[in-house]
Design a protein around this ligand. Structure first.
Ligand code: AMP
Length: 316
């Protein structure tokens, strides 16, 4: 980037408390008021260690909103493994630089005591049966902890009632975390939280590995081996497009030939509810719409990915 551009780049305001955040949002909402359209605030919740996947969420939110807030908070409650929490990358200065280039207005980087002043919440959000399937089965408590912080972040960044005009409020989440997205949509609906949940497609490397803050823990050899996930998903996508039976078992065998990668699950589910679909067999041709969910471990690193499956009749 040229020095000129760097000089013109507006640094976002970094705030650490709920009160500072509410005040900063209100000031920017007032500055954005015009006679002819509604003012909007967008929130992108993250755990930092930002990569192009996060940047895509931020770019979408930037386009669609007058005021853009990005939160950075590594939420201990959603880690069921203390070592995983301890080694999670924390790169605030580099993140703020990325967010300056992406045009964020406010970075909310609270401490754990700001988010949980009374320690672990007494009143909990229960992610229900869906929260203990797939990722929830391998990471007990993960989704309850995730929902606990998301509801708080949604409340922290909600345009304050003191704003002099009604404000449209949107929050942005990646399709990479498909189960998280379904649960957040349900929570917002079940609890009447006044926010529009917006989802953004998965960003991958050129070779097809879904970007994740955890990818930096992969050796080059492991990153190469992890591409089996994308290869396997594409085989199934093509079968679905050709209206063939999906027969996931033979695709799972591809993983067995990749010793660095240990498959956890490979499932075809309803994209809206994540209920398992009965297409996982040799005989039944795939019709309709599905979502393929995959999780695998590469060394100590757990990777998740997914791909929409749809049947496109020939010539359509
Ligand atoms: P995290 O910092 O991992 O909590 O992720 C913050 C947000 O970025 C979540 O909504 C993720 O789904 C989203 N995200 C993470 N990786 C990607 C990716 N590769 N493509 C799109 N969105 C992503």
């Amino acid at each position: 980037m040229s020095t000129d551009l760097q000089m013109n780049q507006k640094q976002p305001l970094v705030v650490n408390t709920a009160a500072e955040l509410a005040a900063a949002i209100e000031v920017r909402v007032i500055a954005a008021i015009t006679a002819d359209r509604q003012v909007s605030v967008g929130l992108v919740p993250t755990m930092g260690a930002l990569h192009s996947g996060h940047e895509s969420l931020v770019a979408t939110a930037r386009e669609q909103n007058d005021v853009l807030v990005v939160s950075i908070f590594v939420n201990e409650l959603q880690f069921n493994d203390a070592a995983d929490y301890a080694r999670y990358p924390r790169t605030l200065d580099a993140d703020v630089e990325i967010l300056a280039r992406a045009g964020a207005d406010i970075v909310f980087a609270p401490s754990a005591t700001e988010v949980y002043p009374d320690g672990r919440p007494l009143v909990k959000i229960d992610s229900g049966a869906l929260g203990s399937k797939f990722e929830g089965a391998s990471r007990p408590g993960h989704f309850d902890g995730m929902l606990a912080v998301v509801v708080k972040l949604l409340n922290f960044a909600m345009p304050p009632a003191s704003c002099p005009v009604a404000v449209k409020y949107r929050a942005y989440f990646g399709q990479k975390d498909a189960q998280q997205l379904v649960l957040i949509n349900r929570m917002v609906k079940d609890l009447n939280i006044p926010v529009d949940v917006c989802s953004v497609p998965i960003i991958r490397t050129e070779q097809g590995l879904a970007l994740s803050s955890r990818n930096q823990f992969l050796t080059p050899e492991q990153a190469e081996a992890a591409l089996v996930i994308y290869r396997a998903m594409n085989i199934i996508r093509v079968r679905a497009e050709k209206h063939e039976p999906l027969f996931l078992e033979d695709v799972a065998e591809i993983f067995a030939r990749e010793p660095l990668v240990e498959l956890d699950y490979l499932e075809v589910v309803d994209p809206n509810t994540l209920a398992e679909l009965a297409f996982n067999c040799r005989e039944t041709p795939f019709t309709g719409q599905g979502l393929l969910l995959v999780a695998a471990k590469v060394g100590e690193v757990r990777l998740i990915d997914n791909m929409p499956l749809g049947y496109h009749p020939a010539g359509a």
